[in-house]
Ligand binder design. Structure first.
Ligand SMILES: [Zn+2]
Length: 261
């Protein structure tokens, strides 16, 4: 009689351990620091460390304290594309004012049959990622005839709004490169919190160049990996006066369009 009871106890402990294991790192969860409208308003003070960020996900995009470049997180490693166009690997105690990561476990893997530019890739992904009201993460590895990226320069207090910063953004035109696209498609209802639609960053295979993607011509044969998430985890700044002062009532759709293009 004792043996079934022991077996039941072992089973219960196993269930509890497996459930606890799901909490960190989280599964099917997009984890985000602050909001896109706060970033547009010039809230560039870093909130959480890169070490804390990568504890919640191994793949993602964002920026750094004082808007010091574009972030790409790939295989758990954080890359920083600074305004000089070069890539740095910042230490884990550097902070971020805005970033989103996921523990990337692709459910779908496809190979592209034709060359795709940015609009054609979004149509391809729209078909491959059909749940338009859920979050999707993408990792696309391939060869590119051309990639146009940008970065943003480190800012000083008082921080100007993002739409003003990007007027002088450095743009990089890369030719004949291999590399990886990392990014998300967020549902329309995240307006104000994240970027509705596609937001993609790029890093070359040699990890020397990259940035926020503005346009590209991708060659056929790229590997497209897709991970859908139905959970969203948001960390808001709690100790930074910039966030308290920011006007987050305004509709910043036009500013977002300027900042992303
Ligand atoms: Zn970006």
């Amino acid at each position: 009689m004792l043996k079934p009871v022991i077996n039941l106890f072992v089973m219960l402990v196993t269930v509890v351990l497996v459930t606890a294991g799901c909490v960190s790192p989280p599964e099917n969860t997009l984890s985000q620091v602050s909001t896109i409208d706060a970033l547009l308003a010039g809230v560039y003070d870093g909130e959480i460390t890169l070490g804390q960020l990568t504890a919640r996900g191994d793949t993602g995009i964002g920026t750094f304290d004082s808007l010091d470049g574009e972030m790409i997180v790939l295989n758990g490693k954080v890359y920083q594309v600074k305004a000089d166009g070069r890539i740095y690997t910042p230490p884990p105690d550097i902070t971020t004012p805005f970033a989103a990561v996921i523990n990337f476990r692709p459910e779908t893997r496809l190979i592209t049959g034709s060359g795709l530019d940015y609009p054609a890739l979004t149509r391809f992904l729209d078909r491959a990622a059909p749940h338009r009201n859920l979050f999707y993460a993408f990792r696309i590895t391939g060869r590119f005839a051309a990639v146009r990226t940008r970065s943003v320069p480190r800012q000083q207090q008082p921080f100007p709004p993002l739409a003003q910063v990007v007027k002088t953004q450095p743009v990089f035109n890369l030719k004949n490169v291999s590399g990886t696209v990392v990014g998300f498609r967020c549902p329309a209802y995240v307006k104000g919190i994240n970027v509705p639609g596609y937001h993609l960053h790029f890093i070359t295979a040699d990890r020397r160049r990259g940035g926020h993607m503005l346009g590209f011509r991708m060659l056929p044969g790229a590997v497209v990996e897709i991970d859908c998430s139905n959970k969203f985890f948001l960390v808001l700044p709690e100790s930074r006066p910039g966030f308290d002062r920011a006007d987050l009532n305004a509709d910043r759709s036009r500013e977002l369009h300027q900042a992303e293009q």
